[in-house]
Write a protein that binds this ligand. Structure first.
Ligand code: DX5
Ligand code: ZN
Length: 236
C-alpha cells in the first residue's frame, strides 16, 4: 500500500502518472524504479477485459507482483464490463484507487459503495463519446474524474483536443464544490505537445504511457520534462 492517497494528495498539485501499459513487461521492476527515481507518486494501471474494450492487458497477479516492489499509489483504471465483481480482488492485490467507467453494465452507486467499503478512493471515467453531465449525479461521492482523451483500449493513440472542454466543465464544477479535494486526470496521447492543453484546461494528473516509456534510456528525463511543461501551462 502507498502511504498517500488521492485524499491526501492536494488537487492543486500537478502530477505525472506513468501508464504501465507502455512499460517493458519483461522488466517491470526496473521500469517502475526509474519512475520512482523521477519522483513519481502515482502509477497508472490499465485493466482491460477484451469485452468492454477490444484488448486484454494487465490483471490481478501482475498488480500483486508489482506491489512488492513499489510503494507508489496504484491508480487502477478498470476498462471492464463488470467492475463490481473485480474490485475486491484488485484491492487485495494492492490497488489504492479504483477508477471505473460510467458506461459499464453495473450500477455506479453499487460500484462506488463497494470501493468505499474497502476504504479506497473512487475515480469515475467516461469514453470520448459520453457526455460529462452523466457523471454529475455522482460528483460529490467520488475523489476523481478521469477524462479519456483517446478511445480506451490501446496506448499510443493521438490526443483528442476537444476533450479538454470536458476538463474545463469539471474544473468549473470542482470550484463550485468549494472545500472538496477533487482531482481531474487526463488519459491518452499525453506528450510534450499536448500536456500543456490538459494542464491549462484544469487537469492536475496526467497519465502518460508511450511518451514516458518509449525511450528506455530516457524514462526519468521524459517524466521530468512532462512535469515541467504541465507546471508551465497550468492553472490552479
Ligand atoms: C488507454 C489507456 C491509457 C494508455 C495511455 O486505454 O487507458 O492509460 O495506456 O497510453 P498513451 O500515453 O500511450 O496514450
Ligand atoms: Zn488508463
Amino acid at each position: 500500500m502507498a502511504n498517500f492517497t488521492f485524499s491526501t494528495i492536494n488537487c492543486n498539485e500537478k502530477l505525472i502518472a506513468p501508464s504501465l501499459l507502455a512499460a517493458d513487461f519483461a522488466c517491470l521492476e526496473s521500469d517502475i524504479l526509474e519512475t520512482k527515481r523521477a519522483g513519481v507518486k502515482i502509477l497508472h494501471i490499465d485493466v482491460m477485459d477484451g469485452h468492454f474494450v477490444p484488448n486484454i492487458s494487465i490483471g490481478i497477479p501482475i498488480v500483486s507482483s508489482i506491489r512488492k516492489v513499489s510503494d507508489q499509489l496504484f491508480d487502477v483504471h478498470l476498462m471492464i464490463s463488470h467492475p463490481l465483481k473485480y474490485i475486491a480482488p484488485f484491492v487485495k492485490a494492492g490497488a489504492d484507487n479504483i477508477t471505473f467507467h460510467i458506461e459499464t453494465e453495473d450500477n455506479p452507486l453499487e460500484v462506488i459503495a463497494e470501493i468505499r467499503k474497502l476504504n479506497k478512493t473512487v475515480g469515475m471515467t467516461l469514453k470520448p463519446g459520453t457526455k460529462p453531465e452523466e457523471i454529475l449525479p455522482y460528483l460529490d461521492m467520488i475523489d476523481m474524474v478521469l477524462i479519456m482523451s483517446v478511445e480506451p483500449g490501446f496506448g499510443g493513440q493521438s490526443f483528442m483536443p476537444d476533450m479538454m472542454q470536458k476538463v474545463e466543465f469539471f474544473k468549473t464544477k470542482a470550484r463550485e464544490m468549494k472545500n472538496k479535494n477533487f482531482h481531474i486526470e487526463v488519459d491518452g496521447g499525453i506528450d510534450l505537445n499536448t500536456i500543456g492543453m490538459a494542464s491549462k484546461a484544469g487537469a492536475n494528473i496526467f497519465v502518460a504511457g508511450t511518451s514516458v516509456f518509449k525511450n528506455k534510456n530516457k524514462i526519468q528525463a521524459s517524466i521530468i520534462s512532462l512535469l515541467e511543461e504541465a507546471k508551465e501551462d497550468g492553472i490552479q
